[in-house]
Design a protein around this ligand. Structure first.
Ligand SMILES: NC(=O)c1ccc[n+]([C@@H]2O[C@H](COP(=O)([O-])OP(=O)(O)OC[C@H]3O[C@@H](n4cnc5c(N)ncnc54)[C@H](OP(=O)(O)O)[C@@H]3O)[C@@H](O)[C@H]2O)c1
Length: 288
């Protein structure tokens, strides 16, 4: 038996696995693409090629795949469902509060326990003091997972028993983050039109700030190396914010506005470029 089984070994899953292995947690790992297990097996994880065996190996199952639809496709299989009874599922994949509530209900119906977490940092920061996670769900389940969560970051915030709270706060924070991009791009249009250097614009922000990197990306006219977030990623995030607005029946003008801009960038062929590439579309709009 292991203490934890981790399903999903993408960039974030690798970081989670390493943080747990650094603290000698007995870890079983499973991933659709088998090669991603190898480095972790070398670090002491038990690699499992069969999903059912992987789930049977531990009482706590951490899931970190791209989204909830994939999670559901993996778990809702006739040979997997009976194995969930008595297991604790810690879902660290990103989803909307509505998706979280559905998944929570479904896991409970299968006889499992469910805790939802949102990782608020990049993979490099997981396992450090600066690592930040939001967690929501039944307090007893949280208390059982608390020690392991503490290995993933120094700033773990338990938001209470409302299962959708972590996903909701995650979306709210991401909403503010995404608002920076169109604001900075419009600021760059102002600087270009008024003859103010984009380096001076960038220097208004600390180097780690997204506003700084957006302004410098535009200044360097290089939208394809060191991509912080691609147009496709921005569309994915705006789509999630819009979906959650629709689920709740709240105003969706803001995600609609973002989607209308980014769809123009996609039409221009910039989907895999940094979101700063949107300026190339907007420069072409001259309205006098
Ligand atoms: N990376 C970040 O900065 C970050 C920050 C906060 C939160 N997150 C969240 O963490 C989660 C994982 O992100 P990531 O960065 O690790 O993504 P990633 O590197 O793209 O990895 C995606 C993971 O999902 C698996 N997957 C995708 N489609 C699948 C399918 N049809 N069946 C089975 N497995 C499938 C992949 O398996 P394969 O290896 O076989 O493709 C891989 O393990 C996401 O929900 C993301 O929003 C990421």
């Amino acid at each position: 038996m292991s203490e934890i089984t981790l399903i999903g070994l993408g960039s974030m899953g690798q970081a989670i696995a390493k943080a747990l292995l650094d603290h000698n947690v007995a870890l079983t790992v499973w991933n659709r693409t088998a090669e991603k297990r190898e480095a972790l097996v070398n670090l002491g994880a038990r690699g499992e090629s069969d999903l059912g065996q992987a789930i049977s190996a531990s009482p706590l199952i951490i899931i970190c795949v791209s989204d909830y639809a994939i999670t559901h496709a993996l778990l809702d299989q006739s040979e997997i469902v009976p194995l969930l009874r008595g297991k604790t599922i810690l879902q660290l994949s990103t989803g909307t509060p509505g998706e979280v509530r559905k998944a929570h209900q479904w896991v409970i119906e299968q006889g499992g326990r469910y805790l939802d977490g949102s990782i608020m940092v990049y993979p490099q920061t997981v396992g450090t003091e600066a690592g930040q996670l939001l967690v929501s769900g039944a307090e007893a389940v949280y208390r059982d997972c608390e020690t392991y969560l503490g290995l993933l970051g120094g700033d773990v915030r338990y938001l209470g028993e409302e299962i959708g709270a972590a996903a909701a706060l995650d979306l709210a924070v991401v909403s503010r983050l995404t608002a920076i991009t169109p604001g900075v791009i419009h600021g760059a249009l102002i600087c270009e039109a008024e003859g103010v250097s984009l380096e001076q614009f960038a220097a208004m922000y600390p180097p780690g700030d997204r506003a700084y990197s957006l302004a410098m990306t535009i200044h360097n006219n290089d939208f394809e190396s060191n991509i912080a977030a691609s147009v496709n990623v921005a569309i994915g995030v705006a789509t999630s914010i819009k979906r959650q607005s629709q689920e709740l029946g709240i105003n969706s003008d803001f995600p609609d506005f973002q989607l209308s801009l980014y769809k123009r960038a996609v039409a221009a062929g910039f989907q895999n470029q940094d979101t700063a590439s949107l300026i190339k579309v907007l420069r072409a709009d001259t309205r006098n």
